[in-house]
Design a protein around this ligand. Structure first.
Ligand code: NAP
Ligand code: HSE
Length: 425
């Protein structure tokens, strides 16, 4: 089996290293001799994390997808323009393609999967979601007897690494992000990690596979972690919660909701204790109940593990994803974001004067919102009270209306912060 790799960076280099390290075991499982014969890179003179002896390096990736001697192409360079053209050409040439590129699959997956089918080729992307965790195989194979009710996970390693370091070591956001980049966890554009776009790409893929419908990246509501402050982390801890950046897909009353946002989850939940670069995905099936999958969410060899598992599947012929089995978009309506129900955490900074808290609770009452918990921290040097509130279950549009009304109160000193709370029941 001749393999051509597009991109020999963190993931591509990891693939070469793991194939070499576990060569005998992989050969035992596939019965095939796998060799990486070609790899495309941007800079042929750059040092690599893997040996390149025996691999023909090129700066022309088209040479790889058009090379008749190559059986399987691994797209591990990222991006959605050149990568898309290369994947299309490889599929049209009848080559199987494996990619770790969630941006590509989330935004162009429907057409690429159809193209693969037309050309009798496989397009696999296990490594695109949750790094080394074989979550797509778990959903497609292990959970195939179930109707999936919910998928909720920590699906961005960089974001989880940042939140953990900020909480445990009081480190600065920018400083931790820099370390995540040096460790090879972050995307080429790290705003994809911190603003939730990467997690939204992954959630769109998870949701399509869990609910058997076409990919709908534009239906994911997305919020990043850059607005989370040390004060929110401290309040959450005091209230018995951890703040995690979650991707949540649910099917409720026939409608699908997909959202990525910082979330307070009770400290007692397993997901609340998933730290650092680790990812975890909770999948709830209507027969099995809740199941949880945990592992490294980013990094060279962890991601390579998922890429090579797809390679083994193709070589063994044990496949696969049938795009025609997916339901049309009309058959799977999406829930309007305004109507999504959740518990919420609100944080306010208010001038300390009599009656403020009573006015705020009156606003909640006017919007039919019950308050489950309130903490008021001691008054600061500017005579401001720091207040955190946990509501009961309410519609998003009602909490937004209440927050807008609170914002108008003359005692409020900064923008009212709203964060989802999930019990994950
Ligand atoms: P990376 O370290 O930046 O590697 C990208 C590789 O692609 C480099 O070798 C680069 O060449 C090559 N490349 C880029 N543009 C090229 C071009 N126009 N022509 C030829 N070669 C080109 O990125 P990565 O972290 O491995 O990520 C690769 C993909 O995997 C992305 O889609 C990413 O989202 C996904 N992914 C990454 C991780 C992770 O933990 N890093 C995990 C899961 C999925 P040079 O080396 O010469 O610059
Ligand atoms: N940048 C991604 C992350 C890589 O941090 O999760 C793995 O998909």
């Amino acid at each position: 089996m001749n393999i051509g790799i597009l991109g020999l960076g963190t993931v591509g280099g990891g693939v070469v290293n793991v194939l070499a390290k576990n060569q005998a075991e992989i050969m035992r499982r596939t019965g095939a001799q796998i060799q990486v014969t070609h790899a495309a890179v941007r800079d042929i003179n750059q040092s690599r994390i893997c040996p390149t002896k025996g691999i023909q390096l090129t700066q022309s990736p088209l040479d790889i997808v058009n090379n008749n001697s190559i059986d399987i192409v691994l797209e591990l360079m990222g991006g959605t323009t050149l990568a898309k053209e290369l994947v299309e050409t490889a599929l049209k040439n009848g080559k199987h393609v494996i990619t770790a590129n969630k941006a590509l699959i989330a935004t162009h997956g429907n057409e690429l999967l159809a193209l693969a089918k037309d050309h009798n080729a496989h397009l696999l992307f296990e490594a695109a979601v949750a790094g080394g965790i074989p979550i797509l195989k778990a959903l497609e194979q292990g959970m195939s007897a179930n109707q999936i009710e919910m998928v909720a996970g920590i699906i961005n390693g960089t974001g989880n690494f940042i939140l953990t370091e900020m909480r445990d070591k009081g480190r600065d956001f920018a400083d931790v992000l820099k370390e995540a980049q040096e460790l090879g966890y972050a995307e080429a554009d790290p705003t994809f990690d911190v603003e939730g776009i990467d997690a939204a790409h992954k959630l769109a893929i998870l949701s399509a596979i869990a609910f058997g419908c076409e990919l709908q990246f534009d239906k994911v509501s997305t919020q990043g972690i850059s607005q989370i402050s040390g004060e929110d982390v401290a309040f959450a801890t005091e209230l018995g919660y951890s703040i995690k950046h979650l991707g949540i897909a649910k099917k409720l009353n026939g409608k699908i909701q997909m959202r990525v946002h910082p979330t307070l989850i009770p400290k007692t939940r397993l997901l609340a204790n998933v730290d650092g670069v680790m990812n975890a995905v909770l999948v709830k099936g209507n027969a099995v109940g809740p199941t949880l999958y945990y592992g490294a969410g980013a990094g060279d060899e962890a991601t390579a593990s998922a890429v090579i598992a797809d390679l083994v599947d193709i070589i063994k012929g044990s496949l696969s994803r049938d795009v025609l089995g997916w339901q049309s978009l009309e058959a799977t309506p999406y829930q309007n974001q305004d109507d999504i129900e959740s518990i919420f955490y609100l944080r306010l900074l208010a001038t300390d004067k009599p009656g403020v808290l009573a006015d705020i609770t009156a606003i909640f009452a006017n919007h039919h919102i019950s308050v489950e918990a309130v903490i008021q921290k001691q008054i600061d040097a500017q005579d401001n009270a720091h207040i955190a509130i946990i509501t009961n279950q309410v519609k998003t549009k009602d909490i937004n209306a209440a927050a807008a009304a609170i914002q108008q109160h003359d005692s409020i000193q900064e923008e009212v912060k709203i964060i989802h709370v999930e019990t994950l029941d």
